[in-house]
Design a protein around this ligand. Sequence first.
Ligand code: NAD
Length: 477
Amino acid sequence: MTIPNQIFVDGAFRNACEGKRTSLTNPATEAVFVEVASAGPADINSAVESAQAAWENGWRDLPPGKRGEILFNVARVLRENLEALAQLEMQQIGKPIADARDEIGLGARVFEFYAGAVTKFYGQTIPVSRGGFDFTLRQPMGVVACIVPWNFPFPIACWKTAPALAAGNAVVLKPASLSPLTALALGELAHRAGLPAGVLQVLPGAGSAMGETLVTHRLVRKVSFTGSTSVGQRIMELASRDIKRVSLELGGKSPNIVFADADWARAAESSPMSVFANTGQDCCARSRMFVERSVYEPFLEKFVAATRKLVVGDPASDQTQIGPLVSAGQRATVEEFLADAKKKGTRFACGGGRPAGKGYYLEPTVLADVPTGDRCWREEIFGPVVCLVPFDDEAAMLREVNASPYGLSGSIWTNDLRRALRVARAVESGVLSINSHSSVHVEAPFGGFKQSGVGRDLGMAAMEGYTELKNVYIAES
Ligand code: NAD
């Protein structure tokens, strides 16, 4: 696959009107490897207008079974191109190749799920008290803008695009400026698989420059955004002017709660990847660990030993578990947090420095006994840093868990069923796992409480979010 470096509009690649380009740097080598077109206002206007035309003139009224068939074909073509897509993902953000392959497979699976869901998206019949016949329709909205981040570029692009298309909308997809390549390839491959021209447009470029033009475009009916809480707030504000629909998947500071009755040794072995995977650049990273005091020190010892075994290095190697951070800027941001921790005399149980050599690497870093007022404890770091504290009392621990403004994900480790249910109910977050670190299931809703967002991706909930609900009443007499 040649590296896509233009915008993808109306079923073809073309240059951006203003001719602006952004260079991409491979984070593992620090070398620029491609320049990609940046869409400007004229590109946004023409892409949204022709998406609207493609929607009105065909996609909206295509029988659902036919839409499903095309989406199945998209999944097949994505699988056929899995390796090439994984290589692109690795190059643009330094993602370890084994993870990149898994994530391209996940994207294809998402298309399969919604291809099947198209014909199982039922409405209701409602026994209204007036008699007659009452039923609901789920109708597509029109043009949906999907704005996605750089940490999981391909799967998130798929889990926004696929349900929006399945529900009968047209999509304008805006990837992050650091990671446009797999989104552009998705546009082209989907078209090759039979998606009509204009139904999926892909516009790379800087969010600060083009995001607002897209969000405020009069023909955009819904904005589905994944990214930082601050940009999410701005999007919600802009969308409020026309009462556009929004769904927002935002930041997180997720807890990992380990009770002494759990198989805590297993928790200690598996927990490093719950926070250091994707070099900690994960909205679901379990970055606040609460460990019951009676097992805190032995847990910490095992956890640190497992962390030291992680393979940090060249993303091209099948063995690598942890690659570089996405950019020099992202590493500098994480290092500011570490400097703050050092200044405050925080206990570094391991890590804290840069490995030798090229690339935006940082060692996986474990901070122990972190005061809960500190920045590292409270703010999303979005890098390979975890904070641990011991706890004595379940209720006090839960108060601290819920003191965060975020509420995205989390894990609970216990073998006591009643405790597991009680704590799962009490934690304020959209996604939880018990004796596991799994957060994302294609078939189940994914999203946050509080400042982690509104609306849900994945599962049937996502498809509902890309429709308007209409109620129709038929008089009997
Ligand atoms: P970001 O908010 O900087 O950017 C996300 C996207 O928004 C990019 O495409 C960017 O170009 C665009 N954008 C930026 N400014 C914009 C504006 N003013 N108007 C419209 N669009 C704009 O986030 P990021 O740095 O790419 O990603 C990291 C953040 O994403 C973290 O906070 C992380 O927690 C969050 N995230 C959340 C989830 C989730 O599902 N909850 C998943 C992944 C990442």
